[in-house]
Design a protein around this ligand. Structure first.
Ligand code: APR
Length: 255
């Protein structure tokens, strides 16, 4: 592992334009469950019954009462972990340009990253389906389910449900970032949901090196990863950032 970290750090120090694609695994050490695998949300709820736009439109109260209330609990309490802080450090070292995240809790922005593409939208905001009025999720009163706007319309989260298109502008900027980067960090994703899972392949085909950081191997590990650093994202990013600073010959890593 030490040699892997040293080589990956060397590539990142030499990088002119690194981009990261993150998935739910990067936030597990913040207490946010992943979707698949041990402790995954989809082990407890059927995504087609709770996370599909048709299911929400058919019975918003049911989706609010089960899935969205649980996600609201998470967003009210979760804070960035060492993995998010490591990516913020890589941005302020001028290495990391953009994060494309499949996550919806705004952890990267909370950690300090400024260029974040929220590929699956953001759960931090709710929008009224009648008048489009927006309200921060933390300010939504869940005493009434489903929560309603003053106009009487029902609030829906601004994240992308299954069955909904990825906003074309998110897709375009993400593909452009992937095509232009020289290193793609892929952190904490099972690489099973399209079109996000194709982003590292676009980077690879454009000549970038792919550094995969994950708890377990994924379809990407075979297809495109130049480095597969297995373990907890928080621990790995902390070690990687410390090694980068050593190579950069900079002072101690952020507290
Ligand atoms: N450190 C690193 N990797 C981890 C950790 C950890 N502490 N914990 C879990 N993982 C890995 C898991 O092994 C898994 O490969 O993170 C990955 C999480 O995969 P998923 O739960 O499938 O999350 P993600 O890839 O983001 O899902 C993609 O599916 O349901 C939709 O919209 C949802 O954005 C989500 C998309």
């Amino acid at each position: 592992m030490k040699d892997l970290i040293h080589r990956a750090a060397g590539d990142l120090v030499r990088s002119k334009n690194a981009v990261a694609l993150t998935g739910a695994g990067i936030s597990v050490e913040s207490g946010i469950p992943p979707f698949r695998g041990k402790g995954g949300l989809w082990e407890r709820f059927d995504p087609m019954e709770y996370a599909h736009i048709d299911a929400f439109m058919k019975n918003p109260a049911k989706v609010w009462d089960v899935l969205i209330k649980e996600m609201k609990e998470v967003i009210d309490n979760a804070r960035p972990n060492d993995a998010h802080k490591g990516l913020a450090r890589l941005e302020n070292l001028g290495i990391l340009k953009t994060i494309i995240t499949q996550n919806v809790y705004g952890m990267n922005q909370m950690a300090g990253n400024t260029d974040v593409i929220e590929f699956h939208g953001n759960f931090a905001w709710q929008r009224c389906m009648e008048c489009n009025n927006r309200c921060e999720t933390t300010k939504i009163d869940i005493g009434q389910i489903p929560p309603r706007c003053e106009c009487g319309g029902i609030y829906r989260p601004e994240c992308i449900f299954f069955g909904e298109m990825i906003p074309p502008q998110y897709l375009r900027v993400s593909e452009m970032a992937a095509s232009a980067c020289d290193i793609m960090l892929v952190i904490g994703t099972s690489a099973t949901v399209q079109p996000a899972a194709s982003i590292p392949l676009i980077a690879k085909q454009a000549g970038a090196k792919v550094i995969e950081i994950n708890f377990e191997r994924t379809p990407l590990s075979i297809e495109s990863s130049d480095y597969i650093i297995m373990g907890k994202a928080g621990e790995i990013l902390k070690t990687l950032t410390t090694e980068i600073e050593r190579l950069f010959n900079i002072g101690s890593s952020p507290d």
